[in-house]
Design a protein around this ligand. Structure first.
Ligand SMILES: Cc1cc2nc3c(=O)[nH]c(=O)nc-3n(C[C@H](O)[C@H](O)[C@H](O)COP(=O)(O)OP(=O)(O)OC[C@H]3O[C@@H](n4cnc5c(N)ncnc54)[C@H](O)[C@@H]3O)c2cc1C
Length: 430
């Protein structure tokens, strides 16, 4: 049996951006369906650390991310307070505001929050179609037509507006390898469903993509470990690299390590993906004794890596670890003359891991205008087509200012604009 539905708004992807968009559209009076490829909603948001955070102001944003493609980061900076208030209206944050990477934020219980969004979406008349495989999207008159294969049969959705919120391209191994020059496949650190469907649909409808933006949010992993649960995405992330020393096989440092583990992962992707990370016993003791961000799990990441097959070691001195690293193919002798490196490592015990960059989400994707509308090569909006969350290109390029906040701010905006463009409701006052 084929089910056909005429709608105002269809959203592809039921992660945080898609659920925020779907609820905002439905609450504005638009008939709305969210199509989700996976068997459950929530995407990477549901397995994330749950910190909804943002960089405090434009200067700090530019200091964190000086990349040429960082064009829309202000959306996160400007929208943070409103996003927190909106989310807190569903469920109280589990922490007060506190420092988080290069900004500040609150931790939310994400699965619970997403359950609230679902409840309100349903109460507003919206619906979610699970395990929906969108096999074709076309334009007919002023409608988008989506062919969707579901376990219960074929569904045809016609809508005035389409919001793309499929969570980025990193689940596609070719896209992930391209972030590192194509010769190396970095591990995935995210839900497995976000494989670039939003970008592919956008391109097929005439929207422009910026795949020259090879930035991504990710973390350093010890080589040799294998994630077997979403918690491992947190367990293996070597946040302490910001206090360490990273060197390539020739023993050359190539990253400003203090810029943070997420930026160290990007630097490593640019450098061929082979490096060794060293840190002092003092850093190790602190990293093992307390969570990197208050409210996140307390984990001795070095010990987890050791027991899960990771390539890690420790020695009484730098020289002892350098000798072991020689067996891994690293010549670290020159680091002994690096005053800053030796100050970071100190005179005592040193810990080390061979590392690779694990990818959480891509920064390059669907090009949008200042309102979040997908645009063609000339910058002209494609009618009724919007992108949100990690599908949106150029929010970040060479730094990172928060993914969950981006999902909420851009998702709500896309949902409201799509509802308005569907002509059943007045345009939102901006
Ligand atoms: C381990 C981990 C920890 C993190 N911690 C934080 C944190 O503490 N703070 C923070 O700000 N960010 C964090 N992030 C990043 C954050 O989770 C993402 O930035 C955010 O979830 C992006 O929202 P999104 O809606 O764009 O994508 P997602 O939440 O991933 O949702 C995308 C959805 O689209 C669906 N989809 C994909 N393809 C299709 C298709 N063809 N059709 C229909 N649906 C499709 C996916 O199944 C998924 O449900 C973390 C991520 C991970 C993985």
């Amino acid at each position: 049996m084929i089910v056909e539905r005429d709608l105002d708004v269809v959203v592809m992807g039921a992660g945080l951006a898609g659920m925020s968009a779907g609820l905002s559209a439905a609450a504005a009076g638009a008939s709305t369906v969210v199509v989700e490829r996976a068997p459950t909603i929530g995407g990477s948001a549901a397995i994330s650390g749950g910190y909804v955070w943002a960089i405090p102001d434009a200067d700090a944003l530019r200091a964190e991310d000086p990349g040429e493609f960082q064009r829309h980061g202000h959306v996160v900076v400007d929208g943070y307070r409103d996003a927190i208030d909106w989310l807190a209206g569903f469920t109280a944050p589990v922490t007060g505001e506190q420092p988080s990477l290069s900004g500040r934020g609150h931790k939310f219980d994400m699965p619970v929050l997403i359950a609230h969004l679902m409840r309100h979406l349903a109460a507003a008349g919206g619906d979610v179609l699970l395990e929906g495989d969108v096999t074709d999207v076309s334009r007919s008159g002023d409608r988008y037509v989506l062919e969707v294969a579901t376990p219960d049969g074929r569904v045809v959705l016609r809508s005035r507006c389409l919001v793309l919120a499929t969570g980025g391209r990193q689940g596609d191994s070719t896209a992930r390898a391209a972030l590192a020059g194509g010769a190396y496949l970095p591990p995935l650190r995210a839900n497995p469903w976000s494989r670039g469907a939003g970008a592919a649909v956008a391109a097929s409808l005439g929207a422009s993509l910026n795949l020259a933006n090879k930035g991504f949010y990710g973390h350093l992993y010890p080589t040799g470990v294998r994630a077997v649960s979403p918690v491992d995405f947190i367990t293996f992330a070597l946040y302490q690299s910001c206090e360490g020393v990273m060197a390539d096989p020739a023993g050359t440092r190539f990253a400003a390590e203090s810029r943070g583990d997420h930026n160290n992962a990007m630097a490593l992707a640019d450098r061929g993906c082979r490096a060794v990370l060293l840190w002092s016993a003092e850093v190790q003791d602190r990293a093992a004794a307390a969570p990197f961000i208050p409210g996140s799990p307390q984990l001795d990441r070095w010990a987890f890596a050791r027991d899960r097959g990771g390539r890690v070691t420790t020695g009484e001195t730098f020289a002892a670890v350098a000798a072991q690293a020689r067996g891994w193919g690293y010549d670290l002798a020159g680091l002994a003359g690096d005053v800053d490196a030796m100050a970071r490592l100190g005179p005592g015990r040193v810990f080390a891991a061979e590392v690779e960059p694990a990818v959480t989400f891509t920064f390059g994707g669907i090009e949008v205008d200042d309102s979040g509308a997908a645009v063609d090569r000339d910058g002209v909006p494609v009618p009724g087509l919007f992108a949100a969350g990690a599908d949106m290109s150029d929010v970040y390029h060479r730094g990172y200012g928060g993914g969950l906040c981006l999902a909420v701010v851009s998702g709500r905006r896309a949902g409201a604009l799509a509802a308005a463009a569907s002509a059943r409701v007045p345009a939102p006052v901006r």
